[in-house]
Design a protein around this ligand. Structure first.
Ligand SMILES: [Zn+2]
Length: 316
């Protein structure tokens, strides 16, 4: 049976796997992404990860890549990327990896790869119209329409955190705009808001050294909410409502069979999920009130399986 290699390249880590044509993960490894060393080092590390897997697990026919950033899948290039991957924009991802590994390579955005993996062997297996919501450091997503990734006219489809919602009115967003869901619903936005209301240092400056160790991130806010901290619960609920309004509006516009929610924010427990579901229910049209909203597949597997699917496509 055909075996392909899959890569999931993020700003902090790169996951690699060998996957067979039935979508079985045969072997995998994860290594830090040498992001600060530049694109050449990131590509070398990705190629080395695949080569190591092949040395132990045997040959592969093609490589599929899900990468952070806006990816032109047809040209195989990185159109833009965040500061987490300095210099990544402009990288000829497909050709550079093809040159290093000597097999066909297919590339796409990592969230699109995740959605493909979910519809192949994950929480959306067998579904053809799926909205994937990735809620973490930012709010991204992917839309599978008729079984295919909808990339849009500029490869930019899926920026669903930048939908304006009432709950985010007047609040700044990382994109430079205001009023977008991400400005309230993303993990860092909720952490900042919790620290502000709890009277804790905002972090990031010299005062970060004296920050209480217990409140360093979103997991701590979620723990406090679960333990009955009213401020933590309120902040998580406000973020969830902002995202729920955006998702509900997208359900109305796109009519998916299923909505999957993934990412670090989706692991905040019932204090987040309950208001999310309530806001979606309050926003969707009556005809669409039964569209299921569920967690995605935990871990990296779906993104790797989607990358493998891309690789199989490169062979077709
Ligand atoms: Zn925005």
């Amino acid at each position: 049976m055909t075996v392909v290699a899959a890569l999931d390249i993020g700003g902090t880590k790169t996951a690699a796997a060998l996957v067979d044509g039935e979508g079985r993960l045969l072997r995998r490894r994860t290594a830090p992404t040498p992001a600060a060393a530049g694109p050449g080092a990131v590509l070398d590390a990705a190629a080395a990860a695949v080569a190591e897997l092949a040395a132990a697990g045997g040959p592969y026919a093609a490589v599929g890549v899900g990468s952070a950033g806006v990816i032109d899948a047809a040209a195989g290039t990185v159109l833009s990327a965040t500061a987490a991957l300095p210099g990544w924009a402009g990288t000829a991802l497909r050709d550079e990896l093809g040159r290093r590994l000597g097999v066909p390579v297919a590339v796409d955005n990592d969230v699109h790869a995740h959605a493909l993996g979910e519809t192949w062997r994950g929480a959306a297996a067998g579904r053809t119209h799926v909205l994937l919501v990735a809620a973490g450091t930012g709010i991204g997503g992917s839309l599978i329409l008729g079984g295919r990734v909808h990339r849009g006219a500029h490869s930019a489809a899926g920026h669903l955190g930048h939908v304006p919602v009432p709950a985010a009115a007047g609040r700044p967003c990382a994109c430079g705009g205001t009023g977008h869901a991400e400005g309230v619903a993303a993990g860092p936005a909720m952490v900042r808001e919790y620290r502000r209301r709890a009277g804790e240092p905002a972090g990031g400056g010299p005062e970060a050294v004296t920050e209480p160790a217990a409140v360093t991130g979103l997991a701590a806010v979620a723990e406090r909410a679960a333990a009955g901290d009213a401020v933590a619960s309120a902040v998580l609920a406000e973020g969830a409502v902002a995202l729920g309004e955006a998702v509900g509006g997208l359900i109305n516009a796109l009519d998916p069979e299923l909505v999957l929610v993934t990412g670090g924010v989706s692991r905040c427990g019932p204090a987040w999920w309950r208001p999310l579901r309530a806001a979606i229910a309050a926003t969707t049209l009556p005809l669409l009130s039964d569209v299921p909203v569920a967690p995605g597949t935990p871990g990296d597997d779906a993104a790797l399986l989607g990358a493998a699917r891309l690789a199989l496509g490169a062979l077709a």
